[in-house]
Design a protein around this ligand. Sequence first.
Ligand code: SF4
Ligand code: SF4
Length: 223
Amino acid sequence: MVVITTQKPTEEVIDALNNFKIKKLVVVSCGVCSALCQTGGTEGLERWTDILQEKGFEILAGIVSEDVCDNRVMKKDLRKIDDAVKEADGILTLSCGLGVASLVQVLSKNYPNKPVLVSNNTEFMGMTERIGRFYMRCIGCGDCLLNETGGICPITTCAKALMNGPCGGQLSGKCEVGNYEEDCGWILIYNRLKEMGRLDLFSKLRAPRDWSKTGHQRQVVFR
Ligand code: SF4
Ligand code: SF4
């Protein structure tokens, strides 16, 4: 699984840095998911270093972290460049939103006012078949339906996230949303359940989804 990110337009990031009056900065690049998406890692760090220096920004330190979303790793990594962090007007993270959240938390004790900005848009959790192509297959909804749908997620493969599809918009197995270019998720589910001899699950009426389980401020604590 990879958290899929795409790079924000350069000018949007530069505007954000200017908005926070950041001239000297530290760049923290994700060495895992964003590296795979080429929005972070060493490649992203080099690309942003060139862009920022060309625009007149001063980079005090640039690091690729092996786990930006693990606070323990971030703490260790930032300790090594503490002087630069102290002097910097802000941090630019080349990661998903988790990396930013992690940095904000790690910095909150010693540098509570230090702005942490992001260079990427976080798209979704992705499955991959080959490098450079990712598919949205799960949003972490908190109430997984895969045991009833043949392992195909209706939340991400149906454009309307329907519970009892297909809707009247499907045509020859294609979805009306996006002009019939994508497969209808519910036809995929039907075919899969048919192959498994479990069309009884397809016919099952599912109650409207309780989206509160997909709500915000969720956390999981393993004891
Ligand atoms: S139903 Fe879909 S979105 Fe929800 S947890 Fe399962 S795979 Fe993920
Ligand atoms: S055509 Fe299929 S995938 Fe598209 S919205 Fe309707 S049920 Fe969902």
